[in-house]
Design a protein around this ligand. Structure first.
Ligand code: ACO
Length: 326
């Protein structure tokens, strides 16, 4: 297998901040409830016509600058998103246009909160073919346009933003030590945006019934998330013959701080090794892992040879974990 390296990371969140105190004026909730139950203090949300690819373009530019590359140096663009600009063209095509480049393969990955890890695994496989060298893998989401702002069960949880990394072929010894992806479509109904696709096309009725927004059975999803995140992490640690002590940095998907804490307890990972961003950004589905990775990287928390553990869980259901040698 060709080895790969993360040569740049980037982030972008829209400037507007919506705090828990702002939400207190919109629905029957409190800062205390939201912080205590989820760990979220505030989230960023877009304004006006801003779409997912607009955030992806800015995160990509940040990652390209960190890598010392130009957009023209990219061989592939992979965008993980649950909130595409349009059903088609793909958000990757909109992002490519925004970056001002042509003539390379670009596509979306639909695995909700696990999308970034799915995309990363695909990027690693493409690099292994020897045909591609520099790949942009990004998670980008505009959840604020698909939540019901009158439903306190869901609207307090999510935020908007994009994270990105540039994955490149290398002669060094960095790369994936272990990875695992999984899915179970039989319980997909627990977390779904029901209308707008071919199963339930848009109609006056779907709009009136708010079926174009997030519908979630939170308690069930929570239990499943804790079990699956813990199980995935244990699996990759075992595959790589490592323990939590060997890991320098843990970068989990962040749907709820209590899920992250419960996962850490299950695998004996100290929370101090975790890059936490949910307090500032909320749950930013496919973007939360690359945003948390970029936050740690820009703070200089990752050095060459460090082992970084990723894990995710999301709608589908989908999940995965990966150990990456930096
Ligand atoms: N403010 C105040 N009270 C609230 C709010 C709110 N914002 N939301 C719910 N409540 C109330 C409920 O109505 C309920 O009241 P009741 O007991 O009178 O019925 C009470 O609080 C407790 O509700 P629970 O649902 O039991 O609360 P829980 O502790 O489970 O927390 C939460 C809810 C935060 C949604 C949690 O279940 C969770 O995080 N679930 C997992 C989310 C997740 O992992 N999503 C996956 C990724 S997202 C993706 O893939 C797109």
């Amino acid at each position: 297998m060709r080895k790969l390296k993360i040569i740049g990371t980037g982030s972008y969140v829209p400037p507007k901040v919506l705090t828990n105190f702002d939400l207190e004026k919109m629905v029957d909730t409190s800062d205390e409830w939201i912080r205590g139950r989820t760990g979220v203090k505030e989230r960023h949300i877009v304004e006006g016509n801003t779409a997912t690819s607009d955030l992806a373009v800015e995160a990509a530019k940040d990652a390209l600058s960190d890598a010392g590359l130009k957009a023209q140096d990219l061989d592939v663009i992979i965008i993980a998103t649950a909130t595409p600009d349009t059903a088609y063209p793909s958000t990757a095509c909109w992002t490519q246009k925004g970056l001002g480049i042509k003539d390379i393969p670009v596509f979306d990955i639909g695995a909700a909160c696990s999308g970034f890890l799915y995309g990363f695994e695909v990027a690693a496989s493409l690099i292994a073919t020897g045909k591609y060298n520099n790949i942009l893998v990004s998670g980008a989401e505009v959840m604020s346009k698909v939540v019901d702002w009158e439903d306190r069960n869901t609207c307090v949880l999510f935020g908007d933003g994009a994270g990105a990394c540039i994955v490149a072929a290398t002669d060094g010894d960095s790369g994936i030590l272990a990875s695992y992806l999984g899915a179970d479509g039989t319980i997909g109904h627990l977390l779904v945006q029901p209308a707008g696709g071919t199963r339930m096309p848009a109609s006056h009725e779907t709009v009136d019934k708010k079926l174009h927004t997030v519908h979630m059975q939170g308690r069930e999803v929570f239990k499943y998330a804790v079990r699956t995140m813990g199980g995935s992490v244990a699996k990759v640690l075992k595959e790589a013959n490592l323990t939590a002590e060997d890991i320098a940095l843990y970068v989990p998907h962040q749907a709820n701080l209590r899920i992250v804490e419960a996962t850490c307890r299950r695998v004996n990972m100290p929370m101090s090794k975790t890059s936490v961003i949910i307090d500032k950004y909320g749950n930013v589905p496919a973007s939360s892992i690359p945003l948390a990775l970029d936050a740690a990287n820009k703070k200089g928390k990752i050095k060459s040879g460090d082992l970084v553990l990723f894990s995710a869980f999301g709608a589908g259901f989908t999940w995965g974990a990966m150990i990456f040698k930096w």
